[in-house]
Design a protein around this ligand. Structure first.
Ligand code: NAP
Length: 284
């Protein structure tokens, strides 16, 4: 199976590197070419466009920012659709929404191309260490066929249901991630104001009932004053907006998530969206 990766950012770059080590990677494409250089040095083909990449591979993995970005990569000028042939599989691993996933699947099906939505969780560290959790929506047979590809960077690879279910699962995950992150930021503010020793605070929060993946990933960075992403605040704002879109449609009351969205919106409005999600204290 020849795999191509479109989008070599914080997540896509290290994921593609694992695919290279596993012998799957046949081509990469990144809008800003500089991020493809490390791959060029390894002899990996750097495509001129997503269409050029699609012509050379059996599986296209897309790891860009938001739904409209995936749409552009798939159906825009020079997009995957232009280089697609029946039998090609497209896997969107970015986080967007079940609605986007179903639209992508329908449009690609007209070209004989199959689609899986397979967002991930585990942060930059999970991508670098190859320990991501992958949640996959689409045809189960196709999921099984692509399992070795997902295993190249994933420790937990979970089939969740038909197209759209991967993104649905990811939205649930993001509710928990966001509220954990807000909790960490507020807990640390209180700890500081109460004059506690931050090293001891870290020992308690990573040891007891308050511990979580988000805290383990981002508390050490926050204590060092390192506000760089990790996971960009703008991306979490995007995810929470998709959560609230679903919640509103279902008339579901999610007051804490709604508040978290307002906080991250504020962060983005202040021009801080490229900082990590753990930098939320900057808007308080
Ligand atoms: P990132 O570092 O901002 O990278 C985004 C990538 O998408 C870059 O390669 C960028 O290209 C490309 N891109 C964006 N818009 C594009 C467009 N319209 N056309 C072509 N390329 C485009 O983001 P990331 O952290 O890797 O996240 C990628 C996705 O994974 C997001 O959906 C995010 O929510 C999700 N995610 C992130 C994490 C995390 O902890 N970081 C964890 C799980 C899931 P350029 O280099 O040209 O800008």
């Amino acid at each position: 199976m020849r795999v191509g990766v479109v989008g070599l950012g914080i997540m896509g770059g290290p994921m593609a590197m694992h695919l290279h080590k596993a012998g799957f990677l046949a081509a990469v494409y990144n809008r800003t070419r500089a991020k493809a250089e490390p791959f060029a040095k390894l002899g990996v083909y750097v495509a001129e466009s997503p269409a050029d990449l699609a012509r050379r591979v059996d599986v296209v993995i897309v790891m860009v920012s938001d739904g409209p970005d995936v749409e552009q990569v798939l159906f825009g000028p020079g997009g995957v659709a232009e280089g697609a042939r029946p039998g090609l599989v497209v896997v969107d691993m970015s986080t967007n929404s079940p609605d986007w996933a179903r639209r992508f699947a329908e449009r690609l099906a007209q070209l004989g191309v199959e689609f899986l939505d397979a967002p991930v969780t585990g942060g930059q560290r999970g991508a670098v260490e190859g320990t991501l959790t992958v949640m996959v929506g689409g045809r189960e047979e196709t999921f099984q066929r692509l399992l070795p590809v997902f295993k190249a960077f994933g420790r937990n690879v979970i089939y969740v249901g038909p197209v759209g279910y991967g993104q649905a699962m990811k939205l649930v995950n993001q509710v928990v991630v966001a509220l954990n992150t807000v909790a960490m930021v507020e807990g640390l503010r209180l700890a500081k104001a109460l004059g506690l020793d931050m090293e001891k605070v870290a020992q308690v929060l990573t040891g007891g009932a308050a511990r979580s993946g988000s805290i383990e990933l981002y508390l050490p960075k926050l204590l060092k004053g390192d506000l760089s992403p990790g996971f960009k605040a703008a991306h979490l704002k995007k995810d929470l907006a998709y959560v609230m879109e679903q919640a509103n449609r279902l008339s579901l009351f999610l007051p804490a998530t709604s508040l978290a969205l307002e906080l991250y919106k504020k962060m983005v409005e202040k021009g801080l969206g490229e900082l990590g999600t753990h930098a939320l204290g900057e808007v308080y």
